[in-house]
Design a protein around this ligand. Structure first.
Ligand code: AHG
Ligand code: MN
Ligand code: MN
Ligand code: MN
Length: 335
């Protein structure tokens, strides 16, 4: 097949707009803004080594993480693209202390969507030229249109998501997203700057053979996770499984969705809520996983049913092929 025979992301968005799901065109414009911002970030990621943008920015984000230069840059690029186009009324980001109200014009207040974003996921991998990503999550505001956004617009359960997706800046750059009607993946042709539908209707296989977890933290894991890891390593039936851990959630998730597998970032003795952020990382990935036939929990409870209480909240995270997540949960219950 040649490029001419693939549907472009732009065509796909317009086609889907006719779905009863989102007919006003507002969500289409929002998705187009994300598509554009992702291309700008992609350009920066691609030339990071020669553009003096690798390394630390010299400050910490509100969660106490050292920000990389590209964390800051990607955050600015997405916020600018979304606010200039007036396609959202508010933005919350891993890299911004508080949520941002879009005041560009009165019109912006009439926009009904808020976006939550992890502008650069896996940022510790930039300096070593390993895949990084962007994760986004879209909700309809709960406050009155035409008024400034409030915290409650962002602290919604994942089940309320209208759309979610990620960009993986990998050996090729892809955007993968859902609007609640399956998951589709688009690959960027960098010479044309166009995304093409390359992975229609992506699905997790029911089970898989890959487990992804930072095993260096083994000693700090809860007993249920330790037991599950030993189960993965036992020589029995289709085991031992293969261990794969990139250290960029987006890339680890993407591989597991294509090949079948489980990703775990559990609680640890030092971090009882784990590391990953409920609003910017776990909920969007959970929406994608469930739309692709997978499962996503905190070890006991469905991620998307957790009521968030703060913007930068963290939560333990078990995500991937349905039967594998169920098995890990069984070990958690038993321990
Ligand atoms: P971010 O770069 O957005 O802060 O996210 C990093 C996350 C996630 O991408 C990855 O899976 C995880 O941190 C890796 O953590 P460890 O280095 O503790 O394994
Ligand atoms: Mn970070
Ligand atoms: Mn992240
Ligand atoms: Mn990040």
């Amino acid at each position: 097949m040649s490029e001419q025979s693939f549907q472009t992301l732009g065509e796909f968005i317009i086609d889907k707009q006719e779905d009863f799901l989102y007919s006003t065109g507002e969500l289409s414009r929002l998705l187009s803004a994300i598509r554009l911002a992702s291309k700008v970030v992609n350009r920066q990621v691609n030339k990071a080594g020669i553009a003096n943008i690798i390394g630390k920015a010299g400050n910490e984000n509100i969660q106490g993480e050292e920000q990389q230069k590209l964390d800051v840059l990607a955050n600015e690029i997405f916020i600018e693209a979304l606010s200039q186009r007036e396609v959202v009324c508010g933005i919350a980001s891993e890299e911004s202390d508080d949520f941002i109200e879009i005041q560009a014009s009165c019109n912006a207040h009439l926009s009904k969507y808020v976006v939550l974003i992890d502008p650069l996921d896996g940022s510790s991998n930039i300096d070593v030229n390993v895949s990084v990503g962007t994760i986004f999550s879209i909700y309809r505001r709960v406050s009155e249109p035409g008024t400034p956004v409030i915290l409650e617009d962002f602290l919604q359960k994942g089940v309320n998501q209208i759309a979610a997706g990620y960009v993986v800046y990998g050996s090729s750059t892809m955007i993968v997203y859902t609007t609640g009607n399956g998951v589709n993946g688009f690959t960027l042709d960098p010479s044309l700057g166009t995304y093409y539908l390359s992975h229609p209707n992506m699905m997790f296989s029911r089970t898989g053979k890959i487990y992804s977890i930072n095993e260096g933290n083994y000693i700090k894991f809860p007993q249920g996770v330790k037991d599950y890891i030993k189960y993965c390593q036992r020589e029995e039936e289709d085991r031992p499984y293969t261990s794969r851990y990139i250290g960029s959630l987006v890339s680890d998730f993407h591989r597991n969705m294509i090949k079948g597998g489980i990703y775990i970032y559990p609680s640890t003795s030092q971090s009882p809520n784990g590391k990953l952020r409920l609003l910017y990382e776990c909920n969007p990935m959970a929406f994608l996983a469930e739309q692709a036939g997978g499962k996503c929990t905190d070890g006991f409870q469905r991620i998307m049913e957790i009521q968030p209480t703060e913007l930068h909240q963290r939560v333990p995270f078990f995500c991937g092929s349905y039967d594998m997540v169920e098995k890990a949960e069984a070990f958690m219950r038993e321990a």
